[in-house]
Design a protein around this ligand. Structure first.
Ligand SMILES: *Cc1c(COP(=O)(O)O)cnc(C)c1O
Length: 239
């Protein structure tokens, strides 16, 4: 077997196991497996892996750094059906112009300045970007990981919904460290409900990674973002 076919077999097996895990979590929660979309988080892995995943039926791919995502998305252009690219990392305003060119969904919208930059750049590019409000679920001070305070989410959601070139998709969060994930994901579900009360179309809840996707699905996640369980451990980043 060639290295490429070894990798294809490895990804295929990982995906089979992951789909089974997602299906079991859905069943335990009394939810339909079709209600949860798997986003393959491909950061640090090459475009060749993204193409193999597309061959295996993956439709949604996520990245967290523009410098890595932009060339990878370009290297995967022309796939049929086209992949949906999700930007899940903290985003600087000066990267908005690049990100709106390839991203269909930005999960990390957490401040008004970023809403304005994404709106302007999306309109300039003639694109419509689905935005999720990233919610900071950590009750303590959490300067590192981004996210709006829960009390600020409704106003930010209104700003996204009012912006031409942007569509409000829903909410996103990363579980805080040092606390079991499930109560945190329950707080996210409550924030999602507040948003939906004003914006009924904003149905997305992006929550759950390799370590906690079962708890996220139990608390209503519609999109899980999985890297390690699908692609393996990430090496120290080289670029
Ligand atoms: C890397 C990353 C993931 C995937 O994490 P795994 O634990 O490898 O599944 C999910 N969400 C975000 C925001 C990430 O940066």
């Amino acid at each position: 077997m060639t290295a490429a076919s070894d990798r294809a077999a490895e990804l295929s097996e990982n995906l089979r196991a992951l789909r089974a895990r997602i299906a079991a979590a859905c069943e335990a929660a009394g939810r339909a497996a079709a209600d949860v979309t798997l986003i393959a988080i491909t950061k640090t892995f090459p475009a060749s892996d993204v193409r193999l995943l597309a061959d295996l039926g993956i439709t949604d791919v996520g990245e967290n750094r523009d410098q890595e995502a932009a060339p990878k998305a370009a290297a995967c252009a022309g796939l049929e059906p086209p992949l949906r690219w999700h930007f899940v990392g903290q985003l600087q305003v000066n990267k908005a112009r690049s990100v709106v060119r390839y991203a269909d969904v930005v999960h990390s919208v957490d401040r008004p300045k970023l809403v304005r930059a994404l709106g302007t750049r999306a309109r300039d590019a003639g694109r419509v970007i689905t935005c999720l409000i990233q919610v900071d679920l950590d009750p303590g001070p959490d300067p590192e990981r981004g996210g709006a305070q829960p009390a600020d989410v409704a106003a930010l959601a209104d700003e996204v919904a009012a912006a031409n070139g942007l569509v409000l998709g829903g909410v996103m969060a990363v579980a805080p460290l040092g606390e079991p994930p499930r109560p945190a994901f329950r707080r996210l579900a409550e924030v999602a409900q507040v948003v939906r009360a004003s914006h009924p179309g904003a149905m997305m809840i992006s929550a759950g990674m390799t370590g906690d996707l079962d708890e996220a699905i139990a608390e209503g996640a519609t999109h899980v973002r999985v890297g390690t369980a699908l692609l393996g451990s990430r090496r120290a980043f080289v670029r």
